[in-house]
Ligand binder design. Structure first.
Ligand SMILES: [Zn+2]
Length: 124
């Protein structure tokens, strides 16, 4: 079987419109993790709350999944593949009390402030 072409890989990685437009901070608010799977070497990595609020991502939370997908490269040595397959998964850090949009919003604002990020810096 021939190697998939560049456009095959791009096609395989295509996102549903609703997901493409979702921002990282929306994922944080809803308690979702973002998983990337490299189409070249199969390596998987997941961004959850810890990564979202970490030094590298905290200022980029206003980016959409589509922007992030277009800009990431596989960190595996010697791979560097792009167009990873992206999936959203429940991250298991939902606040049981945060069951309305307003309480979810309050919860994510608290998380951001605790991490030293101003909500307006990430588009909230
Ligand atoms: Zn890879």
């Amino acid at each position: 079987m021939p190697e998939p072409s560049e456009s095959d890989r791009r096609k395989a990685a295509r996102l549903q419109p609703a997901m493409a437009a979702m921002r990282l901070v929306d994922c944080l608010e809803r308690g979702w993790d973002v998983q990337f799977r490299c189409q070249y070497c199969g390596m998987e990595r997941t961004w959850g709350r810890r990564e979202f609020l970490g030094q590298r991502l905290r200022k980029r939370l206003a980016r959409t999944i589509a922007q992030v997908q277009a800009g990431v490269f596989c960190p595996q040595r010697g791979c560097g593949g792009h167009w990873p397959i992206v999936r959203l998964m429940r991250g298991g850090y939902q606040d049981a009390q945060a069951d309305t949009p307003a309480t979810q919003r309050a919860h994510v604002v608290t998380m951001l402030l605790d991490a030293g990020v101003l909500p307006e810096e990430v588009g909230l």
